[in-house]
Design a protein around this ligand. Structure first.
Ligand code: GDP
Ligand code: GDP
Length: 451
């Protein structure tokens, strides 16, 4: 499970500056989910082979006038959901009552927290640390977020103990001709296909989970102890194993959670990350709204296989249905590879059909294609439509091999590959998708330069 780090602290201590620096890494996904979650910002970042989710809280003011209630509530929830809290204070401002209030809370919650003394540029770090030592939160980590100082030590402390991301199984060994071994990525064969049910609040996720599990032919196994995050439900259908990741499961943990909606972005991001296939649920009665697109953006970035379910299709007028279909075409053109199902989770209509798409997209995502097959497709594509010339020399693309699965990563070797235009990559991607008949999964293409 990807660790979650929350940045907390008074306003102006430098949280968003640090957030931006950390999520600027190559793998960052930062989306605007305000409105779904009030003032929090979410991003994904990677450090030393460890992916993590970073949450920037709105900030707990806690100044002389007292706490800003709403902001505090959100920040407290972020603290609850985090594995590690980085508690930022401002070395220039010195310790304030607000800092003490937050420190007190963290000590009481017994959360794994680090006191991060920010803005130590132009200030002696030892003096800054000493000033905050009465906080009783252990050794302070001095940083200057705006200048990138102390960041490595801080991340080492926060993330060092978490395991590195699971390596993709070595895929570069040659696959024999004609052999397209079925393979489930990762050490999860016992889980079968992991399906995450994702969507905004109230689109019908819980209803769909219950419907999928309540179907005839479904055998649900005892649930192992539920995790803090989502609920993992292993089951079997027509001899195929699945694990459903239920992000909507309502569980209450103490006062804070009872007041808050069951929807959680952190849970959603973690579930997407841990799944093989995402079923993305939308409410047909509301059409495609911006928050759908933002959440969908996370799912696409993650590279997971994708199935789209337009729920609450029951009782809609033909005119409304046509309108929704047009909207889908217009606004979801960028995921034209995903199957779309029109379903009623409430009545069960169309729910069984989801499995076909889940299986097809999963197989597309994990099938191993032999190098000679991929190279043949590349050669044909190049013959059909040559890559452009760069400073008088034509870009040469020589061969292709599979570098990873779920999503499929196609590694293309050649010369002057840095100059391959986006439009040409898009052309290759479409060609691979068409010839290999890949459905429901994004494809990644990576170039390797030759001598
Ligand atoms: P937030 O409200 O906690 O998110 O704080 P911001 O990230 O918006 O930063 C508040 C102010 O502190 C801004 O003017 C930043 O430029 C400044 N700041 C952030 N990090 C540093 C730092 O490392 N050194 C100095 N001197 N200023 C910083
Ligand atoms: P979640 O927040 O995404 O888990 O949504 P819920 O499953 O709790 O559903 C939200 C509301 O939508 C509930 O009142 C459901 O009864 C209703 N709902 C869910 N699926 C359907 C459907 O297929 N048709 C109709 N008409 N209502 C539905």
């Amino acid at each position: 499970m990807v660790p979650v780090i929350a940045l907390v602290g008074r306003p102006n201590v430098g949280k968003s500056t640090l957030f931006n620096r950390l999520t600027r890494s190559r793998d960052a996904i930062v989306g605007d989910l305000s409105g779904l979650t009030r003032d929090r910002q979410y991003g994904e970042a990677k450090w030393e082979g460890r992916s993590y989710i970073l949450v920037d809280t709105g900030g707990i003011s806690g100044d002389e006038e007292g706490i800003d209630e709403k902001m505090a509530e959100q920040s407290l929830l972020a603290i609850e959901e985090a594995d590690v809290v980085l508690f930022l204070v401002d070395a220039r401002a010195g310790m304030t009552a607000g800092d003490q209030m937050i420190g007190e809370h963290l000590r009481k919650r017994n959360k794994r927290s680090y006191l991060v003394v920010n803005k130590i540029d132009n200030i002696d770090p030892d003096i800054a640390r000493a000033e905050f030592s009465p906080m009783g939160l252990g050794e302070a980590l001095p940083i200057a977020g705006a200048h990138g100082r102390g960041i490595t030590q801080m991340l080492e402390a926060a993330l060092g103990e978490f395991p590195q991301d699971e390596e993709e199984d070595a895929l570069d060994e040659e696959v024999a001709e004609g052999e397209e071994a079925k393979r489930i990525p990762g050490p999860s064969e016992k889980d079968g296909i992991k399906i995450a049910i994702i969507g905004r609040p109230n689109v019908g996720k819980s209803t769909l989970v219950n419907r999928m599990l309540g179907e005839e032919r479904v055998v649900v196994y005892d649930q192992p102890g539920t995790t803090r995050d989502s609920i993992y439900i292993p089951f079997e259908r027509n001899d195929e194993k699945y694990t459903l990741i239920d992000t909507a499961g309502v569980r209450k943990r103490g006062k804070i959670h009872e007041e808050v909606e069951k929807f959680s972005v952190v849970k959603t991001l973690q579930a997407i990350k841990d799944a093989n296939v995402v079923i993305f649920v939308m409410d047909a009665r509301e059409g495609v709204v911006d928050h759908d697109l933002n959440l969908l953006g996370f799912a696409i970035e993650s590279g997971r296989a994708l199935v789209i379910a337009l729920n609450k299709w029951d009782g809609m007028e033909p005119g409304e249905r046509d309108y929704v279909k047009t909207e889908l075409e217009r606004r979801l053109f960028f995921v034209d590879y995903a199957d779309i199902h029109f379903i009623s989770a409430l009545h069960g209509t169309g729910v069984g059909n989801l499995y076909k798409s889940v299986q097809a997209s999963f197989m597309s995502a994990i099938t191993r294609w032999p190098t000679n097959r991929l190279t043949q497709i590349l050669e044909d594509a190049v013959r059909e439509h040559q890559p452009p010339m760069v400073s008088g020399r034509r870009i040469k693309l020589r061969y292709a091999h599979l570098g990873g699965a779920n999503p499929p990563l196609i590694v293309i070797h050649g010369n002057q590959v840095d100059a391959v235009p986006k439009s040409y990559s898009r052309y290759l991607e479409n060609t691979f998708r068409r010839v290999l008949k890949l459905v429901g999964t994004p494809i990644r293409i990576e170039y390797k330069g030759g001598e």
